[in-house]
Design a protein around this ligand. Structure first.
Ligand SMILES: [Zn+2]
Length: 300
């Protein structure tokens, strides 16, 4: 993890597999996200102490454990005013909700309650929704960017945009094969919204800070469109339609994703379904329940 200045004296980030933002304003300091676990947070705290940088506030962009897993440790070590988006806050306070929703509403099996799907619960002091807000002395604009998570908020501060997982670095996009989304249509609408943001530069949750982040945003958009086109064509090859289960298997095989464990497979089931619901919303396919199975068909 490397501490990178973005705007001297005010905006920084810890660059790593999951980026962590840091804002400074006089005696106050705020982390944006908290890394996946206690050991990540220990490194962050050690660095801030060494550099004599204050830590008084924490903001979590969305309730995925790789972004909040280190927050419980932080809260156990020191008082830190914690803010989070509405709805995401519910999951942060009751993190079992993630394995629960991924498991289709059933009580999650013990193997699903791992650190990748469920972090330790945290206390939320302030719930944030879209718009201008004040977190301590930080005057911030929160921008609603759903599609990857239900109520993800990106933060704009001093012309630096902390984007959460609203877009991925190009390398990360290729690595994922099928990026995790809850609703591809909303994710693409959010990408469109990102293009309208004027700022000095942006840092995604996974990837690097770029001044010209708009071209990476466009690559994300093109990537999703390419997956939608592949999926529409694949379903079109079956005149009688394709079951949900078969769509998941075909798409995972085609993009060579690793899903040998139930927890991984459930994440891809949600991601593939996000592309299916986008095709449904765009009226490119229809769906019906046939013989107790969910079937998809291309409109002709
Ligand atoms: Zn995420």
């Amino acid at each position: 993890m490397e501490f990178q200045p973005l705007k001297e004296g005010t905006c920084y980030y810890f660059e790593g597999p999951v980026n962590i933002g840091y804002l400074r304003n006089g005696e106050e300091g705020m982390l944006i996200d908290a890394g996946i676990d206690a050991s990540t947070m220990k490194k962050v705290l050690k660095w801030l102490k060494q550099e004599e940088l204050p830590l008084t506030h924490l903001f979590i962009t969305h309730a995925h454990s790789d972004h909040y897993g280190g927050a419980n440790y932080l809260q156990s070590r020191q008082g830190v005013h914690t803010a989070a988006p509405v709805l995401e806050a519910a999951i942060l306070q009751y993190p079992i909700l993630e394995p629960l929703y991924l498991f289709g509403g059933n009580d999650p099996l013990p193997e699903l309650r791992n650190k990748f799907l469920e972090g330790a619960p945290i206390q939320i002091d302030q719930m944030i929704d879209e718009g201008f807000c004040q977190i301590g002395s930080f005057a911030i604009e929160a921008i609603l960017l759903p599609g990857h998570s239900y109520h993800q908020l990106g933060l704009l501060y001093q012309e630096i945009f902390y984007a959460g997982d609203s877009y991925f670095g190009e390398k990360q996009l290729e690595k994922h094969g099928i990026p995790y989304l809850t609703d591809t249509q909303l994710a693409m609408d959010s990408l469109h919204k990102l293009k309208g943001i004027t700022c000095q530069g942006a840092v995604p949750g996974h990837g690097t800070y770029e001044e010209n982040f708009q071209s990476t945003v466009q690559s994300n958009f093109d990537y999703h469109e390419q997956l939608l086109e592949w999926l529409e064509e694949e379903i079109g090859k079956k005149p009688d339609g394709m079951s949900h289960e078969d769509v998941i298997a075909s798409m995972c095989a085609n993009y060579h994703v690793r899903a040998s464990q139930l927890s991984q497979w459930l994440l891809f089931r949600t991601a593939v379904t996000a592309y299916l619901t986008a095709l449904l919303k765009q009226n490119r396919i229809t769906s019906e329940i046939k013989d107790y199975r969910w079937f998809f068909k291309v409109l002709r």
